[in-house]
Design a protein around this ligand. Sequence first.
Ligand SMILES: Cc1cc2nc3c(=O)[nH]c(=O)nc-3n(C[C@H](O)[C@H](O)[C@H](O)COP(=O)(O)O)c2cc1C
Length: 204
Amino acid sequence: MTSDVTIPRRLRAVAIVGSLRADSYNQLLLDNVIRLSPDELEIRQFPRFAEIPLFNEDQARISTPDAVAELQAEVRAADALVIATPEYNYGVPGVLKNALDWISMPPGNSGLEGKPVALVGASPSILGTARAQSQLRQSFVSTQSHVVNTPEVFVTRAHTRFEDGVLIDPGATKLIGRLLDNLVMLARTVGATDQRSTERVGTR
Ligand SMILES: Cc1cc2nc3c(=O)[nH]c(=O)nc-3n(C[C@H](O)[C@H](O)[C@H](O)COP(=O)(O)O)c2cc1C
């Protein structure tokens, strides 16, 4: 007897950390997000983030730097994007905004369009990157990406939350689990919608 149960394929997310600091709390946070990700979601950090040059629209018209092209391709191919952001001066760190501006090219047809996005952030302050994440959400309106609405993951007082690299805050750990479950749900919904529109176009 045959069974027609279909197992959904494993989803793939690409991740970036908006800090170049060697002992970055946000890198630790992403390491923990990857560790906590459900079986159905594989998260891979983009390894060449530090090689992304300053965005220059003139240059972007002529050629795309190698690391940027790789990042753009990885984001386009991925089912989702995961971002761990610090907060600098109440805002998004320059290196992260710079990378997002590159990924947003070409406007109107970038890999960010329709992309499910999950945000997390860590800071020693008591607001834990709330303002930076709020700004990121605004930018993702412009790129027409789908940011997971809830839960919001703000790791506050980050210097007290890790032991030997492990996140020891049970509240934040639980929220990360829920965030990733919601990201999977959103990515599957967006993926199914995309497939339906492809089928519609294909049969016209
Ligand atoms: C230029 C600068 C501005 C900062 N501004 C803020 C801020 O507005 N809010 C905040 O929570 N932390 C702020 N911080 C502290 C950072 O949250 C802290 O350095 C954090 O560890 C950076 O993230 P990372 O550990 O992932 O590198 C600032 C740090 C720097 C260097």
